[in-house]
Design a protein around this ligand. Structure first.
Ligand code: FA5
Length: 341
């Protein structure tokens, strides 16, 4: 049978009527009959375009295509309508109680160390420090040399380094950064003073763990370089940080310390209540005035500019603010611990 233009309209009516009559189970059969890829009636119709007389071919083809589109759309609509109807029926028959409250979806939260890192950055952000980042796999050039710890310098032993097992030009040059201080150099290489920046990130040390030491730790490095920066600026900034982080009542102490890249160098500690009812000091950061050579290494004129730097241990800050007695809790991934924050 060869179809004619007129018969296409008849097909349309027949198909739509059958579709309206189809229920859920008849829907697939309808689609196969009309739109099936092999021998659906519309597919055959489209194939018969080439049998039409030359002068009618274009018009016939267009009409057949329009029919195909109409039927496809009608099918989608009918399918959706039946689905809605089914839901309605379930609801009215009582199989679904639409008034029941939904089941709560468990959702995650930020890790306490991440929360603390963000809070630290926010405090410094309010004091005008912007945020930068640096790589965790670092060159010895930045981790050590740039901050005045040349090869064979005993100070390298202060950091039990995890090296990347790869020699370049006969030297091992790549490591997991042991602190965030290489970013002092990275920032100064790209930015002229005035500089005020904090750089958060993970650091790694080959370290025996105990209640206050992990082999992976998070630091927030701080750096300020400008004309006329003094030690009192450093202390003022760190006092303000401690006050905002721990409140007014916490005791803070500074004592002298040695880091090759600062002069003078200090450590800051916060009081920690002991089980015996006393307190002890827990060290949370190292800091100091940036050594002139570190400024010069990074191309900054040390006769004109001075600066301070600090490196805060984020896990230690989190321990102090929440009274966590063992740093190893953070990375055991015990949900009973993590859900408390
Ligand atoms: C440093 O890493 C220096 N880069 C800090 C610094 C920066 C000094 C800028 C001067 C100027 P230190 O190794 O002390 O210093 O570590 C700094 C802080 O990181 C410590 O106060 C402590 O809070 C934390 N920290 C260090 N080692 C560990 C560890 N194994 N586990 C947990 N926290 C640690």
């Amino acid at each position: 049978m060869t179809a004619t233009i007129e018969s296409i309209e008849e097909l349309r009516q027949e198909a739509l009527a059958a579709l309206q009559a189809a229920d859920e189970s008849g829907l697939e059969a309808w689609r196969a009959e009309w739109l099936g890829r092999q021998d659906g009636r519309v597919t055959l119709l489209l194939r018969s375009v080439r049998d039409q007389p030359q002068e009618q071919r274009a018009q016939f083809g267009a009409a057949a295509n329009a029919l195909k589109n109409t039927l496809e759309e009608a099918f989608q609509e009918r399918q959706e309508a039946l689905r809605q109807q089914q839901l309605q029926d379930l609801a009215t028959s009582g199989a679904i109680d639409v008034t029941l409250p939904g089941r709560p979806q468990p959702h995650g939260r930020l890790h306490p160390v991440t929360q603390t890192q963000r809070d630290i950055i926010e405090v410094f952000g309010e004091m005008g420090f912007r945020v930068a980042e640096g790589p965790e796999v670092e060159w010895a050039k930045y981790n050590f040399d740039g901050v005045r710890i040349p090869e064979d310098h005993p100070a390298r032993d202060m950091w039990d380094t995890i090296w990347v097992d790869k020699e370049i030009g006969g030297r091992r040059d790549m490591l997991l950064r042991t602190h965030t201080s290489p970013n002092q150099v990275r920032v100064m290489e790209h930015q002229a003073p005035p500089i005020r920046v904090v750089v958060p990130g993970k650091c790694y040390r080959q370290e025996a763990t105990d209640a206050t030491h992990e082999w992976m730790l998070t630091q927030v490095e701080g750096l300020a370089v400008d004309e006329g920066i003094r030690m009192s600026d450093l202390k003022g900034v760190l006092y303000e940080f401690a006050r905002r982080m721990f409140g007014q009542d916490r005791e803070i102490t500074f004592h002298h310390s040695y880091f090759p890249f600062v002069e003078p160098g200090v450590e800051m500690a916060v009081d920690w209540p002991t089980a015996e009812g006393g307190t002890r000091w827990v060290e949370i950061l190292g800091a100091g005035m940036v050594h002139p050579e570190v400024l010069e290494n990074a191309g900054i004129d040390s006769s004109r500019y001075t600066g301070f730097a600090f490196g805060i241990g984020v896990e230690r800050v989190a321990m102090l603010r929440w009274g966590i007695d063992d740093i190893r809790h953070f990375y055991h991934n015990d949900l009973r611990f993590l859900r408390q924050f």
